[in-house]
Ligand binder design. Structure first.
Ligand code: M6R
Length: 604
């Protein structure tokens, strides 16, 4: 949540900060701001709404000599998205940007207010800059004041601070929110919440660990660990490929990402499919020794892929599997047993609730595995083992290709575990591997189906709600379809197991209740069909998705005939993603940056 950037160097500071924020805008877009310290003078600009408003405000602002600058794009947690609440926040002569939540801000604020400090915003962040300036009065130097301030904060943060007394320095601290620093041979220094803003600028980057704090100046990089030990930066080379983060002619990143799924899943499968076995060279099979249960924990779309995984682990690998919503798990005093493999799933690897459950499992001594899309993310660095999903950068807030690659990884992993546990014979395994190779074809999108969905979408712009229904592994897909639709169309949608409708929800059935029915030919077709017929008999408007013609539906979207229900799963996934996209487009919504959301939820 929120994106922060920082720059120290001789180039065009304003452009570098704004370009960096553009790359991070998906993390939050309620407001944005920059503060630049040049020749001991501050320039500060803030604007409500998308970055374009800040670009407009800063169009006459020129930075052409050495400067230090910080910038922020916000997803509001404390206080409305107003200009006063936008970062950077100002003290007397310092500015701060922050991503995360300062949990003890109320007590710090009360104390500062009783000292006579006036607060301008409703944010938790503003306490940081005032506390720093208070500490400055008694500290022996600026860094001591900054270090003291950090030690007084509780919560999650990535912080950058600049101050007039030190006009060639950026102070930083990281705990629980992502941040990295990049350098190049021109001695420029860059900070950002993720690596994309640094591509093309920095040659090497240092990913900060939780508890790191310090400062950079023209010639110094000072990093202290949480134990107050001076550290050497741990530089790694950064990719130089920014191409994948552009839209390539598609209307939206989400659309591009839906179309990319066939290719990215090929990457996910690459090198992992043997003749009669699945290879995950990145994990050691001993990870599964003495394991009798798999516990999966995640949020949102990643939670839905975890639910899909639970069907596959139990069916193929014959291992007990349970799935938990991370925000629930962390506060319910869960029992954790040593014979459980704890698996977290996350596109970003930074989701605060999921990260916390990983820490809990580690603390209890469980073996841990992360299924993640972002290498070097917090979860990847923390877990005992990691499988990367290889989806590439996902920019649309509504997750699509991350889901497809997660489900593909889980399909492979369940077979990998099946082999380890002798739960599947060689023929069945070979057949499954053959099916896995077919996923990329099932994810190819024909013009005809996209056109059909585009046309159909005009009939689904109103009504009093949507039910997405499916059985078995198509139930998590129904949940995912409903989540996609509500995220970007702002229409009410629910995912339900088809067989559950008659236990209450069917009371809502009428022509204005739209049912999106997932009817796989190869899994419980007759049972699912009867459930849809029950809704049809009550005059619910039905849009059926199936390979088999279905005459009880008002609308019908035909997928290709497939050899197996898992391939039907991927075909139907494309349909529900495109349907949400086209409904959202017709409603005139911002598909890539829907209201109230952000790509990476690094606050709880
Ligand atoms: O990065 P993560 O996979 O941990 O994110 C979890 C959810 O915040 C995320 O899937 C969210 O639900 C998406 N907006 C769904 O499209």
């Amino acid at each position: 949540m929120c994106g922060i950037v920082g720059y120290l160097g001789n180039k065009n500071t304003k452009e570098i900060l704004l370009d960096g924020l553009k790359e991070l805008e998906y993390r939050g877009y309620d407001s944005a701001g920059i503060a630049v310290l040049q020749n001991n003078n501050f320039s500060n600009y803030k604007a409500v709404g998308k970055l374009i408003n800040l670009e407009e405000k800063t169009k006459d602002f020129v930075t052409n000599s050495f400067a230090v600058g910080i910038g922020h794009t916000r997803w509001a947690t404390h206080g409305k998205p107003t200009e006063l609440n936008a970062h950077p926040h100002l003290g007397e002569s310092s500015y701060v940007v922050h991503n995360g939540i300062i949990e003890n801000y109320v007590s710090l604020k009360n104390e500062l207010q009783s000292d006579g400090v006036k607060f301008l915003s409703q944010t938790d962040t503003e306490v940081i800059v005032h506390q720093f300036e208070k500490n400055l009065i008694t500290a022996k130097d600026t860094f001591e004041a900054f270090s003291q301030t950090i030690s007084q904060l509780q919560g999650a943060y990535a912080i950058l601070l600049v101050t007039k007394g030190e006009d060639e320095t950026i102070f930083f601290a990281k705990h629980g929110s992502p941040m990295l620093m990049g350098v190049n041979e021109e001695n420029e220094k860059f900070f950002a919440s993720s690596d994309t803003p640094l591509i093309g600028h920095a040659k090497e980057v240092n990913y900060f660990e939780d508890g790191d704090y310090g400062y950079v100046s023209k010639n110094e990089i000072i990093i202290y660990s949480k134990d107050k030990e001076l550290q050497k930066p741990n530089f790694q080379t950064i990719s130089t490929n920014r191409l994948s983060s552009q839209k390539n002619g598609y209307r939206f990143f989400m659309e591009k990402e839906i179309y990319e799924q066939s290719d990215v899943v090929s990457d996910t499968l690459m090198g992992r499919l043997g003749e009669n076995e699945i290879n995950f060279n990145e994990i050691d099979s001993t990870l599964f020794d003495d394991i009798n249960e798999i516990k999966l924990c995640a949020c949102g779309t990643s939670y839905h892929s975890a639910l899909s995984a639970s069907y596959m682990f139990e069916r193929y690998a014959k291992i007990r599997c349970c799935v938990e919503i991370a925000s629930e798990f962390r506060y319910r005093d869960p029992l954790m047993c040593k014979d459980t493999l704890f698996v977290v799933i996350s596109q970003s690897g930074e989701t605060a609730d999921t990260l916390e459950t990983l820490k809990m499992a580690k603390k209890e001594g469980l073996k841990t595995l992360v299924i993640c899309n972002v290498d070097n993310s917090s979860m990847v660095r923390l877990a005992d083992a990691c499988i990367l999903t290889r989806a590439g950068i996902e920019k649309g807030v509504a997750s699509t290709k991350a889901f497809a690659t997660q489900v593909s990884v889980f399909w492979m992993l369940s077979l990998y575990v099946a082999k380890l546990r002798d739960a599947m014979d060689a023929n069945q395994l070979a057949k499954q591997i053959h099916l896995l190779r077919e996923i990329p074809s099932s994810l190819k999108i024909s013009d005809a189906i996209h056109e059909k969905i585009k046309r159909l979408s005009k009939r689904y712009l109103h009504g009093h709600g949507f039910f997405f229904i499916g059985r078995d592994i198509f139930f998590p897909l129904a949940l995912e379809g409903a989540l996609k639709l509500k995220e970007i169309s702002y229409l009410h949608a629910e995912g339900y197991p088809s067989g559950e409708m008659k236990h209450g929800p069917i009371a809502l059935a009428d022509p204005e209740l739209f049912t999106i029915a997932l009817l796989p030919q190869h899994l419980l077709y007759e049972k699912s069909k009867s459930n849809v017929e029950e809704l049809s008999a009550r005059d619910s408007t039905i849009c059926a998705i199936s390979a088999i013609e279905f005459d009880k539906a008002d609308d019908f979207i035909q997928i290709n005939e497939c050899q197996d229900y898992m391939l039907e799963f991927f075909e139907m996934m494309i349909v529900v993603q495109l349907l949400s996209l086209e409904i959202s487009v017709r409603l005139g919504n911002d598909v890539d940056m829907p209201r109230n959301l952000a790509k990476s939820v690094t606050v709880e």
